[in-house]
Write a protein that binds this ligand. Sequence first.
Ligand code: DGL
Length: 258
Amino acid sequence: MNAIGMFDSGVGGLSVLNEARRLLPGSNMIYIADQGYGPYGDRTLEDVRGRADRVTRALLEEGAAMVVIACHTASAAALHYLRRRHPLLPIVGIEPAVKPAAERTETRTVGVLATTATFQGELFSSVVSRFAANTRVIARPCPGLADLVESGADESVVEQALLDHLRPFRERGVDQIVLGCTHYSFLGGLIARLSGVDVVDPAPAVATQVARVATANGFMGDGGAGELKVLTTGDTARLQARVATLLDYAVTIESINL
Ligand code: DGL
């Protein structure tokens, strides 16, 4: 089947899937939302690594020939581990987009919104030391924020949570905000409006990298429209209702037990 497998703790990775489907309309894709075990952001990195390992094996069993970790937290916990474990499998992960933010900032101050676990992983400290040596990087963990996206909470509730998270950025002159969790991509417009500064959403760049790797490996499909399979370890009816507002096309959600 040579499908592109993707996973996240829930709906966040659909932001990457949407962009990837635009770039690769003929590719078959399989997406697993690990909602039975999400959110990942408040778990230990070891715990998340275990889930990433299990979900990756499931994607391979379903017919994936490459894997996209469409989640910063799971990338922080398991990107290097999964590459060691599957040396021949093309794997695309996500690191916080500190590099473009550090290149664009005029106040030399960037803010990063992410889960607690993402900030504990090595990927974050590594991007900061590689790309932001002369930049102040303000890390703001946002426990509970991904869950608001997951559940489709009212905009007023999300707005209140965001105002709390954005206050320290405003006080310290942040002019670039990095979305360090794929769930937050769905809040990009709101964050830009509330903060009044540039927001860096990694989803398009990650999808471009997915397209590059898929093309290099010949996973563009056979000329027809690519098939999409979406599975969840959680409640199918709940995800079915949620994807109607987050995806550009209809899809039937299936259940998977992991
Ligand atoms: N979407 C995920 C990320 O990019 C994680 C959200 C969560 O499960 O806490 O980090």
